[in-house]
Write a protein that binds this ligand. Structure first.
Ligand SMILES: [Zn+2]
Length: 330
């Protein structure tokens, strides 16, 4: 890897575009990110992959100062690598954050706040919970691509069931979630999902316009709310389920049904139902992030992607996540 000084002093000649540099194993993670300096250097490269560009004067190039700051070579502005990211104002070492991100991305089904607290030896459940929520917010890239080709769209209810284990607060109210899946031969391609207040034309059309490219073939059931998709520039295939056997929905719209059942299993499994309605959106984001990368050859790639997105988004003050209250402990 090129040293940071090279990156900063010769920004015109050093280009990192396309370089996906990440640890493959936990041992590599421990070796590479054993100091705050190493973590900050990694963040610098993620944030300015083509060399430092001053946020104030747009000048290319500068030099590093202490505590992860970069000084602009032209106007002397001091930019912090953490400012404006989810790491802003953190009191904990970056080494710990990197390990949290590894813990979250290296396991197929993710991590609960309790397991993260134990893995990192965090004193408080609240900290582990807040970190997971900040990281979930980084899982959705702003302006991400829309699905295209042949897609299925459907809605499903989440929650509203008694889990029978005394976890009375688990989603005691139902939430309606719109789901769309891309067809990829006989497999499911990418997915998108979002909570909607009700299955009306306005919400379902809004969801489709947000997540699916015009010109795509949208496959739905016969719900009248889906009518009119052609006027929005989509092709529309309707499978009428009314009067057919119970398993017709699963046969005719297999992608969305498969994803809905995996989502429910994940919420009850990894998170043991400790998900409340007001936070459901973030869990949907995490599920989507994982599902769309489920065939990634290396878990390290998810680590890389999450850090890359974490330095591209706005910082999230704890209070804005929840009005101060975490979900109840499972
Ligand atoms: Zn400048």
């Amino acid at each position: 890897m090129l040293g940071l000084s090279t990156l900063l002093h010769q920004p015109q000649t050093v280009v990192f575009t396309g370089m996906e540099n990440y640890p493959r194993t936990v041992l590599e993670l421990e070796d590479r990110f054993s100091t705050e300096e190493a973590c900050r250097e990694y963040l610098l490269q993620m944030r300015w992959p083509e060399g430092f560009i001053c946020p104030r004067c747009q000048n290319h190039g500068g030099w590093t100062a202490t505590r992860g700051r970069v000084v602009c070579g032209a106007c002397r502005y001091q930019a912090s690598v953490m400012a404006g990211t989810i790491f802003q104002d953190t009191h904990k070492p970056l080494r710990m954050w990197f390990r949290a991100i590894w813990h979250l991305t290296s396991q197929k089904n993710g991590a609960s706040a309790v397991s993260l607290q134990q893995a990192l030896g965090l004193g408080s459940y609240q900290t582990a919970w807040a970190w997971l929520h900040k990281l979930r917010r980084a899982m959705v890239r702003p302006g991400r691509d829309q699905l295209h080709g042949r897609v299925e769209v459907d809605e499903t209810y989440i929650g509203g069931e008694d889990t029978g284990k005394g976890r009375g607060r688990y989603m005691s109210h139902k939430a309606l979630v719109a789901v769309t899946t891309e067809e990829d031969g006989r497999n499911i391609g990418r997915i998108r999902m979002a909570r909607i207040p009700e299955a009306t034309r306005a919400y379902l059309h809004g969801f489709i316009r947000q997540t699916v490219e015009p010109g795509s073939l949208v496959h739905t059931d016969g719900l009248p709310a889906y009518a009119g998709l052609k006027t929005l520039g989509y092709e529309h295939k309707v499978s009428v389920l009314l009067g057919k056997a119970d398993d017709a929905a699963v046969r005719l719209l297999p992608g969305v049904h498969r994803v809905a059942s995996l989502l429910k299993r994940w919420l009850l499994g990894t998170h043991q139902g400790a998900v409340s309605l007001e936070h459901l959106d973030y869990y949907l984001d995490e599920f989507t992030f994982r599902f769309n990368r489920r065939r990634s050859a290396s878990r390290g790639k998810l680590f890389y992607r999450l850090i890359q997105q974490a330095v591209q988004i706005d910082p999230i003050p704890y209070k804005s996540i929840v009005g101060g209250k975490p979900d109840h402990k499972p």
